[in-house]
Unconditional design. Structure first.
Length: 122
């Protein structure tokens, strides 16, 4: 059956695209975790290199902020965790990923630890 598109309007509502056609709405959700869905995830929180120079704050709303040295917001964007894998989408368009292994985050050649684990190492 051929679908007749009278009009199509693309609306951005947060992270979802809504296509309207002949009074019917079709929602295409992207991979951003729903607000609140990540709040209890064990990887949410602060991750940092052993020297504390690079810090990743994985926020409960699916956003992250990366600080480097005195630059508190060197990078920021959204993230998604699938199993033990993390994908990052920076607000400038840069993408990256990493993996959590035995409580350690391996990301772009860096090794990041939970903030409380770094304190114990010092």
């Amino acid at each position: 059956m051929r679908r007749s598109w009278i009009s199509a309007t693309l609306l951005f509502a947060g992270s979802s695209a809504i296509f309207l056609s002949e009074g019917l709405a079709q929602v295409k959700a992207d991979r951003i975790p729903a607000s609140g869905a990540v709040q209890s995830h064990p990887y949410v929180g602060m991750w940092l290199t052993e020297d504390g120079y690079i810090r990743h704050e994985l926020r409960p709303n699916g956003r992250y902020v990366e600080a480097r040295g005195t630059r508190e917001k060197a990078y920021q964007g959204r993230y998604e965790i699938t199993g033990d894998h993390i994908d990052y989408w920076d607000d400038t368009g840069f993408t990256a990923d990493g993996d959590f292994v035995d409580g350690v985050l391996y990301h772009a050649g860096m090794v990041l630890y939970r903030d409380d684990m770094v304190d114990k190492k010092r």
